[in-house]
Write a protein that binds this ligand. Structure first.
Ligand code: BGC
Length: 380
């Protein structure tokens, strides 16, 4: 069964203490290579680091002033991309020739901590993490005045990869529905390309191409990735998915001042939030489809962006309440399950829900920094 501890206190001192211990936990578990393990103990994730999780973890650490930790993660990303230069050039060349590489030859979504592809079967073809790392590293460099030249060759290669393949269907944030083009994935790609286009690391040709693709993605999202005034899970869908919250904040693909952004937040709140915690999407059955602290923190960031500080504090408190007695946050809690009949099969397959999940801790930290609950720490 999914644990249902609700022991963790949510007074302001406890919230602050949880932010501090979360930062320490992430630092302690970061590998010497710079990789952030998704979850050190969970059977299916052990030994792997994801570009998606890692980019958001690094962004949280960067926002909390842990500069060296974030830099080490981006160095790890950079070394992974550079080590695959020939493969990327081949993918780009084949796309240009109208003969795109099959999904299984595209870059994976996760790597072993020492930077290898890994041999376990996985739903590997996902494009979002490559956009998110571009976005996060540029934010980090801007925030702490670091010269992006350190990562420039890998940024250029990643830009080429995304420019060549951005419109392909692939697995989404949840590693599902590979036959769709996911709006969150497009949003991550456009945020990454936009960020690099705003820096000075790419030449005029790539700059023009990136700007054109960003414009095309935004137009596509508005025309085919929205319904009834809100963003949708994939192009042509009418449903929402909580990953769309990242489009509003922190990625700022659709600002909260835009009715499309505001209505997306309101629809997710209406359709996916229950008693304070946020589900991934209505038909979710993974471990019964519980509520995710990290998504609840994304909702808090969107609330903060729309000026609802008190609501955002409620989200932070809810996320804190999912911590166990060791101050460890899970991937999800089973307090409200969308499909309780599906818990056992996942528990039998993979064991109990991942805890600690570093991405949960990171989003908690990111929201705590945003709300001024935790002070930005030493710049080391
Ligand atoms: C989630 C992914 C995540 C991975 C590692 C999966 O269950 O669907 O979004 O990247 O776990 O945390």
């Amino acid at each position: 069964m999914i644990e249902a501890t609700r022991e963790h206190p949510v007074d302001i001192d406890s919230l602050r203490a949880l932010a501090t211990s979360s930062i320490e936990l992430i630092e302690r578990l970061q590998d010497a290579s710079g990789a952030y393990p998704a979850s050190p103990t969970f059977s299916a994730y052990r030994g792997y680091s994801w570009f998606r999780d890692g980019a958001f973890i690094a962004d949280a650490m960067s926002s909390a002033g842990r500069v060296a930790s974030a830099t080490a993660f981006f160095d790890w990303c950079s070394s992974i991309v550079l080590a695959r230069r020939e493969r990327i050039e081949d993918i780009v060349g084949r796309a240009a020739a109208g003969n795109p590489a099959p999904d299984r030859e595209m870059l994976p979504t996760r790597f072993t901590l020492d930077g290898a592809d890994g041999d376990d079967e996985w739903w590997d073809f996902q494009l979002d993490g490559y956009g998110t790392w571009l976005w996060a590293v540029v934010e980090h460099a801007r925030r702490h005045r670091i010269d992006l030249d350190r990562w420039a060759p890998a940024l250029v290669l990643t830009v080429d990869y995304l420019l060549s393949s951005w419109s392909r269907p692939c697995f989404d944030w949840w590693e599902e529905s590979a036959d769709r083009v996911h709006v969150s994935t497009l949003g991550c790609i456009s945020a990454g390309l936009r960020s690099v286009a705003g820096s000075d690391v790419i030449d005029p040709t790539r700059l023009a191409q990136s700007t054109a693709v960003v414009d095309e993605i935004v137009a596509t999202i508005r025309e085919r990735g929205s319904s009834d005034g809100h963003l949708t899970k994939w192009l042509g869908s009418t449903d929402v998915d909580a990953s769309l919250l990242a489009m509003i904040s922190p990625l700022d693909v659709v600002p909260v001042s835009d009715p499309l952004g505001l209505n997306t937040v309101a629809t997710i709140e209406r359709d996916l939030a229950q008693d304070g915690g946020v589900h991934r999407y209505r038909r979710d059955t993974f471990f019964g489809g519980g509520q995710w602290p990290l998504l609840t923190c994304f909702l808090g960031l969107a609330d903060a962006a729309r000026g609802s500080h008190d609501l955002a504090m409620d989200r932070l408190r809810w996320a804190a309440s999912t911590a166990d007695a060791d101050e460890q946050l899970p991937e999800q809690v089973g307090w409200h399950l969308l499909d309780p009949t599906r818990v056992d099969e996942w528990t039998a397959k993979w064991g109990p829900v991942a805890r600690p999940l570093l991405w949960s801790h990171a989003m908690y930290v990111r929201l705590a920094v945003e709300l001024g609950v935790t002070k930005v720490g030493r710049a080391a």
